[in-house]
Design a protein around this ligand. Sequence first.
Ligand code: UDX
Length: 485
Amino acid sequence: MGSEANTHILLISYPAQGHINPLLRLAKCLAAKGASVIFITTEKAGKDIRTVNNIIEKSLTSIGDGSLTFEFLDDGLEDDHPLRGNLLGYIEHLKLVGKPFVSQMIKNHADSNKPFSCIINNPFVPWVCDVADEHGIPSALLWIQSTAVFSAYYNYFHKLVRFPSQTEPYIDVQLPFQVLKYNEIPDFLHPFSQFPFLGTLILEQFKNLSKVFCVLVETYEELEHDFIDYISKKTIFVRPIGPLFHNPNIKGAKNIRGDFVKSDDCNIIEWLSTKPKGSVVYISFGSIVYIPQEQVNEIAYGLLDSQVSFLWVLKPPSEELGLKEHNLPDGFLEGISERGKVVNWSPQEEVLAHPSVACFITHCGWNSSMEALSLGVPMLTFPAWGDQVTNAKFLVDVFGVGIRLGYGMIENKLVTRDEVKKCLLEATTGEKAEELKKNAMKWKKKADEAVAIGGSSDRNLDEFMEDIQNRCNIFFEEVKLVHSN
Ligand code: UDX
């Protein structure tokens, strides 16, 4: 490759765990390919990230032939400012303070002879592409959900197919390659969604898609070939570069993490190691989903009744959301004794990679889905909202690695303890369990191949670096020409 040492790349992340994890993984992959990468998110998130992960701001860490530096953007609000609990208002505020901050940073770097060759953002901060464009710097988007979900938003945005509406809420959506039922489309696009404004926010990115020269996607070619091909032909060049966490080039940098929460138990992996192979059910609903207390009770009794061993992440809700912490039923913890563990956070990648784990009850966030798919772990799908319901559909019906347990928020259905028990037994013993494991191992093998040297995702990362370099060379030639005239 050659000239990557001069390639300075700026990555800007919306401050949510599900956004930071994939962009930070990309930062490490680009550094491993030789780039000098600066990763930015807000100071409020930075406080947690620095404390939990021993990260030092502005301190350069070498990764492969390149480096990674964290910087944090002060949004000027007190930690308990009411705007933090108002997502739309906060995102508008972040745009107001973020634009001049990023603009100034671009100028400073150009002045110190380290101009940025590319700027990459993830959803919810689409203004980053505008700032890059104003400075003539190529920009790219890291899409952190599936390409199928990208296609759904794309088709909705351009009104290419009919979507459910107030008058026709239950119609099917005829996406290319896949028909989705009304409760399988990203639910922010459904008229009954509790969070329709999140759909509007995601669609903002589609308005200025023409400003990015490519969309990097946290997926792999072999998993979503049809949708990748469809989007690339229809609108914009899509490069699948995942599963990012699984990239062998960044194994040495696995301690550079962006976790907001420190686990209250540092013996999780040791505990898993005391359990027989394929015997433990892992349960997690990601970083923001909040399930009703009644549902927590049913899951707890389902776990007790099925007699399985389990590791359950019951994360307290973020303070900004003003929600009540969950309680476990009386006597639950005493009843499970050594058979189960309940924690506030886990090292999920390590947990899913552990041989003792049999299956994963998941809310189907795309990061969790990709992690489980590429580590060969069957899933019990329990989506809440947004892309999670679409991911559940694909995990169960297309990839063949899941059993449907929950149906998402717009269905408003309680999953009973008996259903939990039935699905758990089905996923852990017998013919269905074998079939799920076989499929999961097939996707793991394909993920391993995609990220290996010369694999599809590895090639895409190399070609992306070359693209940046070529665009920069053209830009500097043009600048020279202007100066010489
Ligand atoms: C959000 C949205 O909810 C999701 O639908 C979208 O696809 C991505 O953004 P989140 O709900 O946090 O994400 O879920 P997910 O995408 O699964 O990301 C959670 C991340 O936190 C994963 O990388 C997971 O490994 C990590 N995690 C979760 C831990 O490290 N430990 C835990 O205990 C739980």
